[in-house]
Design a protein around this ligand. Structure first.
Ligand SMILES: [Fe+2]
Ligand SMILES: [Fe+2]
Length: 528
């Protein structure tokens, strides 16, 4: 285990991801390390750590980043060896030792060859267990561990084509990327002004999606006097835009449903909350400037009068200069699609990330502090300069999504002065959604839900004050220091706070959170 290693004072470290047993390849590697160590001064000697599980490999890497020179992934490692190798391939030199009996590269010669080629392109050294002798390890230990040759490939300096290629290779190539479902493709090609009949033709053959649309539209929130039974009627009654939103939600959920119920639900709650917040922040709340469509959409949140007043006073919608092409709801819904794609293509990635989050969250809790590290930083740590934005943007490119949505997916964590309005909008909505449903950190780990719980507790003690005043006071006094500290550690772009003062923003999020929560959960259940 990684914890067994003494305080490393810069000694090179070899991480062995395998079961401890006297298999010939492990004996050969350890003998080679011993031979080298006999020739070295104590301060230069090579250390090693054995990890049985893929998540332990990630943890060892996190704790001893600068020292890890090489990672051996052997047949005894619990977890998906190929996924771990691909994910960490830019972090340290990887040697993948393969047992020919249970070859993780595939079951038929074609897939074995293809995977072999893909992994080699990432600089991973693949060796059959019976060939991993001392002779094999000698030059590897020399080059990678002692001379410190590091794997190449820097995303920043690559051309767009090279970048896309590398993303594909690390995600096990093109065929594993989910494809865009037929109905979604047809609906994307439609214009909001197209005849309702055309919409029906696109959706009717897809019975599950049609059922969900009708189920949602017939729920109390939409309040139609008569039941909606047909898509062409639905388009007229609820607007093409609403139908488009529901179709996207259904289709994306379907694509990723194989990733495991717990994960997809948590991911989906986060995405829906981001979508509903993004729409809310961009909708005019002032009846004097609302179009009839906006009036209906705003009413669907079912805010009570005093909430409407706070939203109206803030006039947040005026901060965003959105074009007709920008779709705040769909952008919010899809912003993190790279996270779930990564989990789908790199099976062990979620486990690796959550292990690091768990360990960091526990450490900071023990120090009496709130954990505040962004998931994207952890992804970049594990995959060098790759993260869910890059993976998501690659998927958006393959799906030929609207360029505005592709920008949101690819840049919502890299806000700068000139970021498009819709990207800034979704970045704010993402922060707001994290107060309710973070992903993949849990509500017990993420600092925002913890801060929200503190606000809730402190307003209970403020009897005699209006809710508005109580929340104001809680944010300005009771949680102020924690909030400022967390925001600085999360490295939130200052350009977001140019749109709205952070205290006003969190107040708005807090006041609107019960309705966003119930709306998201209702939608989640209806699209299941
Ligand atoms: Fe994100
Ligand atoms: Fe997000």
């Amino acid at each position: 285990m990684a914890d067994d290693i003494g305080q490393d004072g810069g000694n090179p470290l070899v991480v062995i991801g395998d079961k401890i047993q006297p298999t010939p390849h492990l004996v050969a590697l350890l003998q080679q390390l011993r031979t080298e160590n006999n020739l070295l001064n104590p301060e230069d000697r090579i250390q090693y750590a054995v990890c049985n599980e893929s998540s332990e490999v990630a943890l060892a890497l996190r704790k001893h980043l600068d020292s890890v020179k090489m990672i051996l992934i052997g047949p005894g490692l619990a977890g998906n060896a190929m996924a771990v190798a691909r994910m960490l391939s830019q972090k340290a030199s990887i040697v993948l030792v393969v047992d020919p009996q249970i070859n993780p590269l595939g079951t038929n010669p074609t897939s074995i060859m293809q995977n072999h080629k893909n992994l080699e392109k990432l600089g991973i050294i693949i060796i059959m267990a019976n060939k991993a002798t001392g002779k094999f390890f000698e030059p590897i230990v020399q080059d990678y561990v002692l001379s410190g040759i590091t794997p190449g490939g820097d995303l920043e300096s690559m051309s767009p084509e090279e970048r896309s290629q590398l993303v594909d290779q690390r995600l096990d190539s093109v065929n594993k990327f989910p494809s865009l479902p037929e109905t979604q493709r047809k609906v994307s090609a439609l214009d909001d002004m197209d005849q309702p009949k055309k919409w029906a033709e696109a959706i009717d053959p897809d019975l599950p999606t049609k059922t969900v649309i009708l189920r949602i539209l017939n729920s109390a929130r939409y309040g139609f006097r008569s039941r909606v039974e047909e898509i062409d009627k639905a388009v007229v009654m609820a607007s093409a835009k609403t139908i488009r939103e529901i179709v996207t939600a259904c289709q994306i959920r379907q694509i990723f449903s194989k990733t495991g119920k717990g994960t997809i639900d948590q991911f989906w709650r986060h995405s829906l909350a981001t979508a509903f917040y993004a729409k809310l922040f961009s909708l005019p709340a002032d009846p004097a400037v609302q179009t009839s469509q906006q009036k209906t959409e705003f009413a669907r949140y079912e805010f009570d009068e005093k909430d409407v007043k706070s939203i109206e006073e803030l006039r947040l919608w005026e901060s965003f200069d959105l074009s007709d092409k920008d779709d705040s709801f769909t952008s919010g819904l899809l912003h993190d699609v790279g996270k779930i794609t990564m989990i789908m293509c790199l099976e062990d990635s979620l486990k690796l990330i959550t292990t690091l989050v768990d360990s960091e969250a526990e450490e900071t809790k023990a120090e009496g502090k709130l954990w505040a590290n962004s998931i994207i930083e952890i992804e970049r740590f594990l995959m060098k300069d790759m993260d869910h934005q890059i993976i998501g943007a690659r998927l958006a490119e393959k799906w030929e999504l609207d360029p505005s949505i592709e920008q949101v997916i690819g840049q919502h964590h890299n806000i700068h002065e000139h970021s498009p309005s819709v990207v800034k909008l979704v970045a704010l909505a993402d922060l707001a959604a994290n107060c309710l449903f973070p992903y993949p950190a849990t509500e017990e780990q993420h600092p925002f839900p913890i801060i929200f719980a503190c606000i809730e507790k402190s307003i209970k003690d403020k009897s005699g004050m209006s809710i508005d005043e109580a929340v104001d006071e809680a944010i300005n006094q009771d949680v102020f220091e924690d909030l400022v500290d967390v925001l600085s550690r999360l490295n939130i772009s200052e350009y977001l706070w140019e749109l709205v003062d952070f205290k006003t923003f969190f107040k708005l999020c807090y006041l609107t959170s019960p309705k966003i929560k119930s709306t998201s959960i209702a939608f989640l259940q209806q699209t299941a």
